[in-house]
Write a protein that binds this ligand. Structure first.
Ligand SMILES: [Zn+2]
Length: 154
């Protein structure tokens, strides 16, 4: 299986067949990605949807865009609530505490805004902190996606 990560794409991007995953919930991914013949997972970061843009000011989808994807049968996954750089937190305890709260907030947001329960999860910045991220949230039974994916430059 070919697994791809695409943060940004346009009408000229060449997409090989396989599973396409999209991180953050960007508007461009909605516009150019939703019609691709590939299997797709959109990994959504609620903060970016609520803010209207991601951490580098790329325009995000709205909740209505996400509802449309769901109605099309396209899968949404979790990508953390805040997309925090965890290596910036002071110690292991703070990292674990943040991951627990963040994941809980993310799941509540999906339920409340979309009546949706994600079963796949992709780490923010592809950083699973040497397994700490997965170990902290095992009880959600997510299938995890991370750095093994292939990045396609914008
Ligand atoms: Zn991301």
């Amino acid at each position: 299986m070919t697994v791809l990560m695409i943060h940004e794409m346009n009408e000229y991007t060449q997409i090989p067949l396989g599973l396409c995953t999209f991180d953050d919930g960007l508007l461009s991914q909605y516009v150019y990605g939703k019609g691709l013949p590939n299997d797709k997972i959109y990994f959504i970061c609620p903060k970016f949807i609520m803010d209207g843009f991601n951490d580098i000011k790329q325009k995000a989808m709205t909740i209505n865009h996400l509802r449309e994807l769901i109605d099309m049968g396209i899968e949404l996954g979790g990508h953390s609530y805040y997309h925090t750089k965890l290596e910036g937190l002071p110690d292991l305890k703070n990292q674990v505490y943040h991951i627990q709260r963040d994941t809980k907030n993310m799941m509540e947001w999906f339920k409340q805004e979309l009546d949706y329960i994600p079963t796949k999860f992709c780490f923010p910045y592809n950083n699973d902190l040497n397994g700490l991220y997965q170990a902290t949230i095992t009880h959600y039974n997510f299938k995890f996606y991370g750095a093994s994916r292939v990045d396609i430059p914008a």
